[in-house]
Design a binder for this molecule. Structure first.
Ligand SMILES: [Zn+2]
Length: 867
């Protein structure tokens, strides 16, 4: 911060004037305002409440174990608080100080106050947007003591067990199992529904002024009481906030302490959860009174009133009445908690069909937009508007990469991958999770990343680079596989976490597929057979991603109501030759007979079904029923033919979804020890449980299988014999203390990515294919293994190896040791020595060609000999 504008308009650069201004500003911000208790009363009605058992669990004494867990969870590498002790200190010495610390905390609790250092935060100011001479355009981040964070983290761990019970699913901030993606999925899908059907709805995005900083402490405690929190837990939270003060860091010094009577400290581990609690009463109030978004004609549809991510609240408005309700709710909330809505910065989007002059009037002069809105970092709206998400993306990635241009020649492959994966590509993930990118964009970005990696000649296929390090690749990110993995994660949530806020709107969109009326059950269809037209681009991409797997039902699934939901067509679990007829299927589809349950209900009146569907032969339908029944396991058959079950079945109720076992969709792929690509890992299994990383790795392998088909795992098989394989050795290659660029050399040798003369002569015939040291041709094998000049060196390392209990072999020499955890020390040492040897060979060759420097390989290894 170089200067600040004072209230009188004068701009100052004087440290003490700036500091005084900061103190005035934050004193007034953190001063409690009078809150209207009548307003608070109104908000406290109808809140969900903790049960007695939950209250008791939250109120139990804090244990040493809980504190220890919290210490280990603290993030490291953060600036320490006022006592200067970073969290690393506590992690390191916890064994010695843990018990004492625990006692101090218990005592503080009984006395009702924490040590002063604990209560005092240092506000460090980070620039936001706008005129930086105005202090309001700086974001205060509280640097808190590690002690404080330990207690706060500990309480946060307790609270998160119960937060999902108190906070409605439409708020996703800091609630376990929910994320910002939930909000964005919901809004995207609502807008898509509006594009497809005649829905009248507007989205109003509220901007709250300094939302976190304005939460009044008294209000917070009142609502927590109303949520049913017990006295002990409240006292702990009170301990964190009572007597809190902060000192602002301006102009290189700290200000005097400023009392903090309101505001939730960003940087404190429990703050996010407290904020979600603080705003919940207002959201609750709104939910009860707003009409809510619903889809006409969809009986089992959701009614959604709002979507919230912390203070980013979007309210669904269907008419003028909703605007009144909203204004009123905000007035009450502002009175109760001292929050403040900034209409000037709020945004409105009318997503429904436009009937001129009929859109409700908005407060504060706010106008309805028509194209779209940027929400939570993503542009959502019309197709044209959504293009904004991808404008300048390639340029931005290129600009980020070009900053590394000067160090690139010195940067190891590991370093390049780190830059490409983390600095360049990661800016895209957020939007790619939500939307399908335009065609061609991803290919272009991917090319950019691969070019950056090689920065010159491309030695091996790009697809091989995407494999993980321990399978011979470099772990360079493959953007399109990441997208596929994101889609599969969305599928996981759709099938097995149906408590997310967006699943019901998703179902509405999915039921359009092929006019089948299936939602989750689309995942049970053999896709080659099914026509899925009608899906939105996003869900089309989800179903496309699903093709990475072949799935089968978990054997022995007990019968249940889910059976009635089984699709009648294109379903591996239900077979009928007669249903193979497309015309019969379309007749049944026409009368909505698409699920096993539909057929079973009509079993006793097949003639009636035939009449409705225009199928004259009821014998044909009888045959369908028989065939379908025959294909079911006995237990399942008994269950679906029991009429008391079929009477209970209610279509559209959420029944358990069958567990699916997945494997890579690779057909007749045969594992071969000599090729790079292998499906041995990662292990898959039940779809519900497949982790993010495994998902991504399978996507990489399946989508590049044809490009990697037949690619050998090494260029050395001809020399070392057909059984020789570097499998298992890749894992040792980069283990410290080997220098990363030396490891790169070894990696290149195994892949044959080395410019030897036999290689160079193809590019430039004047080079000559001969070895610089002897008369033979310089092949890869000659260069590193067979040249007579290497005999002495090989004798030397044979001795070294035997000292380590290893026998020298060409294979061990070229591939390095297979990784064994139990002998990690030996493995690492062998790898280190081999790296040094190969580097010496490479350097002396260079020296010989340049005609200067040492050409004595054994001599170059002297420093190692002395160890
Ligand atoms: Zn030679």
């Amino acid at each position: 911060m170089v200067c600040l504008r004072l209230p009188d308009g004068k701009v100052t650069t004087d440290d003490s004037e700036m500091r005084q201004h900061a103190v005035d500003f934050y004193s007034s911000l953190y001063k409690a305002e009078d809150c209207d208790s009548m307003c608070t009363e109104q908000l406290l009605h109808g809140l969900p409440k903790l049960g007695p058992e939950q209250r008791v669990a939250l109120d139990a004494d804090i244990t040493l174990q809980e504190l220890s867990t919290a210490v280990m969870q603290l993030s490291t590498g953060r600036a320490p608080g006022i006592d200067g002790l970073p969290s690393e200190f506590y992690k390191h010495f916890w064994g010695s100080i843990g018990e004492d610390f625990y006692e101090v905390m218990c005592e503080s609790f009984h006395e009702g106050s924490l040590p002063v250092s604990c209560q005092r935060a240092v506000l460090s100011l980070l620039p936001k947007k706008g005129d930086l001479a105005l202090i309001k355009n700086w974001r205060p981040v509280a640097l808190l003591c590690a002690e404080y964070k330990i207690v706060s983290k500990c309480l946060s761990n307790r609270l998160k067990e119960y937060l999902g019970l108190l906070i409605h699913k439409d708020q996703s901030y800091c609630v376990p199992d929910r994320s910002i993606v939930d909000n964005l999925f919901l809004i995207r899908d609502v807008l898509d529904i509006c594009k497809l059907s005649d829905v009248n709805v507007g989205l109003l995005s509220l901007d709250q002024e300094k939302a976190f900083d304005r939460v009044d402490h008294q209000y917070l405690f009142k609502i927590m009481k109303a949520f049913g929190f017990g006295d002990v837990f409240l006292s702990w939270v009170n301990l964190l906030y009572a007597g809190a003060s902060c000192m602002v860091k301006v102009g290189g010094g700290l200000s005097c302490p400023i009392p903090v009577k309101r505001g939730i400290r960003q940087g404190c581990p429990i703050s996010g959860q407290l904020y979600s609690l603080a705003i919940e009463p207002m959201l609750c109030f709104l939910r009860a009174k707003l009409t809510g978004f619903f889809v006409p004609g969809v009986t089992k549809g959701p009614t959604i009133a709002l979507s919230a991510y912390a203070d980013d609240v979007i309210v669904f408005i269907t008419g003028g009445e909703d605007v009144k309700v909203l204004s009123n709710a905000l007035k009450v909330y502002e009175g109760a908690s001292s929050a403040k809505v900034n209409w000037g910065k709020s945004e409105a989007l009318w997503a429904g069909q436009l009937q001129m002059g009929s859109t409700p009037r908005l407060p504060g002069g706010l106008q309805w937009g028509r194209d779209g809105m940027k929400t939570l970092g993503v542009f959502l709206g019309s197709d044209v508007f959504q293009k904004k998400n991808w404008e300048g993306v390639v340029e931005k990635v290129c600009a980020r990469l070009s900053r590394w241009k000067w160090v690139l020649p010195q940067l190891s492959y590991r370093g390049r991958v780190l830059v490409a994966n983390n600095l360049a590509a990661s800016t895209l993930w957020h939007r790619l999770m939500i939307l399908q990118p335009p065609k061609g964009l991803i290919q272009e970005l991917q090319r950019t990343l691969v070019n950056f990696f090689w920065s010159g000649q491309h030695w091996i296929k790009a697809a091989a680079l995407y494999l993980p390090l321990h399978e011979g690749g470099q772990g360079l990110v493959d953007i399109s596989s990441r997208i596929t993995a994101f889609r599969l994660q969305a599928a996981q949530r759709l099938l097995y976490r149906d408590c997310s806020s967006w699943v019901e709107t998703a179902y509405i969109l999915m039921r359009r597929a092929g006019c089948l009326g299936f939602d989750k059950h689309l995942f049970l269809l053999k896709l080659e057979g099914g026509d899925l037209t009608g899906l939105t681009p996003f869900y089309e991409s989800v179903m496309q991603a699903w093709r990475v797997f072949v799935s089968s039902r978990q054997a022995g699934m007990p019968p249940g109501m889910w059976l009635f939901e089984e699709p009648l067509f294109h379903n591996t679990a239900i077979q009928s030759r007669v249903l193979g007829s497309a015309s019969l299927r379309s007749c049944l589809l026409g009368v909505g007979c698409t699920k096993l349950g539909h057929l079973m209900r009509s079993r006793s009146r097949l003639e009636e079904l035939g009449e409705r569907a225009g199928i004259r032969s009821s014998r044909l339908l009888r045959k369908v029923v028989d065939e379908v029944c025959d294909s079911l396991p006995v237990l399942h058959l008994q269950s679906v033919t029991d009429t008391s079950n079929s009477d209970r079945w209610k279509e559209g109720l959420d029944y358990v979804f069958p567990a699916l076992i997945v494997s890579a969709a690779m057909g007749a792929f045969e594992e071969d020890v000599g090729t790079l690509l292998s499906f041995d890992t990662p292990g898959l299994g039940e779809f519900k449980e497949v982790g993010k990383k495994a998902m991504y790795r399978i996507c990489v392998k399946v989508s590049h299988a044809s490009s990697l088909e037949g690619v050998k795992s090494t260029r050395w098989a001809d020399v070392l014999g057909p059984g020789a394989s570097p499998k298992g050795c890749w894992r040792s290659l980069y283990k410290l203390p080997i220098d990363k660029r030396t490891a790169d050399l070894q990696w290149r040798i195994i892949h044959g990515a080395i410019a030897n003369n036999m290689h160079l002569v193809h590019l430039d015939p004047t080079v000559g294919e001969g070895c610089p040291f002897c008369a033979e041709s310089e092949t890869l094998a000659h260069l590193f293994l067979l040249c007579p000049r290497l005999v002495g060196m090989i004798e030397l390392i044979t001795d070294w190896f035997s000292m380590l209990g290893e026998v020298f072999s060409s294979q061990l020499y070229i591939f390095g040791p297979k990784y064994r955890f139990s002998q990690k020390g030996v493995v690492v040492l062998l790898n280190f020595v081999l790296g040094a040897v190969k580097l010496a060979i490479w350097k002396t060759r260079k020296n010989s060609i340049r005609g200067q420097g040492s050409v004595d390989v054994v001599g170059m290894l002297d420093p190692i000999k002395s160890i």
